[in-house]
Design a protein around this ligand. Structure first.
Ligand SMILES: [Zn+2]
Length: 257
């Protein structure tokens, strides 16, 4: 059994064949799908999908860093605050800081990230962290909030071994590995080689970041076995063993029965 800990199955890219995509993934052995929330405008379609597939598609709540701007961030954050206790969410996410697409709203991103970390800690929910060109900014905030014992996952990890070591210093974080591990120029194979099985969870980040040989095409959860094959090869372990460890890690982190 596999758990895709990060799929935006509610994205418009799946509007024409969402059920088919889920069926294909289930046939490939993917039994649970964590749906990381993005922003107010996508919340309802995410919840509809979660209601259609109870205990299979598990929603989260959070404001994505690339959805933060100076005009909207207060209203968006307010929505998260008002909604977080109204449903059962697997995590607070997707949250973080993104300095890749734009540096314009980094200050607002910091405010939103910290506020959501606090909301998660108050409810003992895990967090799903998006870090893109922003480990420095994210670590600064996590260092400040060390005392809150925040737990979660650094999703779609693309950092260095030093970044991994820093994440480990926070004690309760997993590393989400997806299609990037199969990219020749991704450069993370050497890092993944040294990450213990206890720390890894699987993800696609679909519809983005499809693994080789589908790189550049729409990604979907049915490609999880390709990611498993690649990680197993890098780490020199059996695919079964990797599947068992990563599913256990995901169950523990997100409280999946
Ligand atoms: Zn995502």
């Amino acid at each position: 059994m596999y758990i895709d800990t990060h799929t935006h199955l509610f994205a418009k890219e799946f509007d024409n064949d969402r059920d088919e995509v889920i069926r294909r993934a289930q046939e490939a052995g993917v039994e649970r799908f964590i749906l990381p929330d993005i922003e107010l405008s996508s919340f309802e379609v995410m919840m509809k999908l979660a209601e259609k597939y109870p205990c299979i598609c598990l929603p989260t709540i959070g404001l994505h860093p690339t959805s933060v701007n100076a005009e909207n961030y207060k209203a968006e954050l307010d929505f998260v605050h008002k909604t977080i206790d109204k449903h059962k969410f697997a995590a607070v996410g997707e949250i973080g800081i993104d300095c890749y697409w734009t540096m314009d709203y980094v200050e607002q991103q910091r405010i939103v990230f910290e506020a959501q970390l606090r909301m998660a800690a108050e409810r003992d929910l895990p967090v799903i962290i998006h870090a893109r060109n922003s480990f420095h900014e994210i670590f600064a905030i996590l260092d400040k909030l060390m005392f809150l014992n925040i737990r979660g996952v650094f999703h779609s990890f693309s950092g260095t071994h030093a970044d991994y070591e820093k994440i480990k210093s926070y004690k309760n974080f997993k590393i989400g590995i997806g299609g990037i591990v199969s990219f020749k120029n991704g450069g993370i194979a050497g890092v993944v080689e040294n990450i213990p099985l206890d720390d890894i969870v699987l993800e696609t980040d679909s519809p983005y970041l499809a693994p080789v040989p589908y790189r550049g095409k729409r990604n979907e959860s049915a490609y999880i076995p390709l990611i498993v094959r690649k990680i197993a090869e890098i780490k020199g372990v059996k695919e079964d063993t990797l599947a068992r460890y990563t599913a256990d890690n995901a169950r523990e982190l997100f409280g999946i029965a």
